[in-house]
Write a protein that binds this ligand. Structure first.
Ligand code: ADP
Ligand code: MG
Length: 232
């Protein structure tokens, strides 16, 4: 397992429990999840539909709170933080990629990547420079002025990746990021993801159904009866 020199996980899920009420009965989705995500390591989360992958990613990304358990980011517990403090951590430490790109249709690729940096308070000139660099790193130098509708599916997803890493997060969480793409394009986007892990030492968790892609990542886990189990 590649853990680098950092001895604290970027994200650590401790005894996470998440249930939804279905009528009067609780529907337990996560039942004591333990998972450590390390800098520079890519982890595939491979589990059937409905098993709780998205729920786990949302909790790890501080988008949703667990009923029980604790989410540690860089060693610090997050459950007692205010909404504003959680939002702040999400903006600076965590990048999220979804199955559909969720780019803003009225804005260019460049502007979509600039936005999270502007929200964080970086100078406009600085955000243009950084965004241009990230987009060209992902092979999109001649697409910066394009709006999402003028891009292919693979290009849209690579812009979404660029946006997710624009603030140099410590963790990148991706929820079936290649699920809408044909195999060739999926491979291209996947290579971009792996390139980012190596270049930035981000901790990466990718929910995927694609066993071929999962096999090329550093580590594979699944969800069984609401718990994380290591595969192989
Ligand atoms: P996956 O991403 O693995 O397909 P999800 O995490 O989306 O699984 O969902 C796990 C289970 O939790 C599903 O059975 C789903 O119907 C249920 N679920 C998810 N979100 C909610 C919610 N907000 N309210 C009630 N049930 C939910
Ligand atoms: Mg899902």
């Amino acid at each position: 397992m590649e853990q680098g020199t950092e001895d604290v996980p970027v994200i650590y899920l401790h005894e996470i429990k998440r249930q939804y009420m279905q009528g009067d009965a609780p529907l337990v989705i996560l039942d004591g999840v333990k998972l450590a995500l390390w800098a520079g390591q890519s982890v595939a989360l491979v589990a059937p539909s409905g098993s709780g992958k998205s729920t786990l990613l949302h909790i790890a990304g501080l988008l949703e709170s667990p009923n029980e358990g604790e989410v540690y980011v860089a060693g610090a517990p997050t459950s007692q933080l205010s909404d504003m403090e959680r939002t702040q951590i999400r903006r600076t430490e965590i990048g999220f990629v979804y199955q559909s790109h969720r780019l803003l249709p009225e804005f260019s690729a460049l502007e979509n990547v600039m936005l999270p940096q502007m929200i964080r308070g970086l100078k406009r000139s600085e955000t243009i420079k950084r965004s241009t660099e990230i987009l060209s790193y992902l092979g999109l130098s001649d697409r910066v002025k394009h709006r999402p509708a003028e891009l292919s599916g693979g290009e849209q997803q690579r812009v979404a990746l660029a946006r997710a890493v624009a603030n140099a997060p410590r963790a990148l969480l991706a929820d079936e990021p290649t699920g809408n793409l044909d195999p060739n394009t999926a491979d291209h986007v996947f290579q971009a993801l792996m390139q980012l892990v190596k270049a930035t030492r981000v901790a990466m968790l990718i929910a995927t159904h694609n066993m071929d892609l999962a096999g090329r990542m550093d580590r594979r886990v699944s969800l069984v009866d609401g718990k994380v189990v290591e595969l192989e």
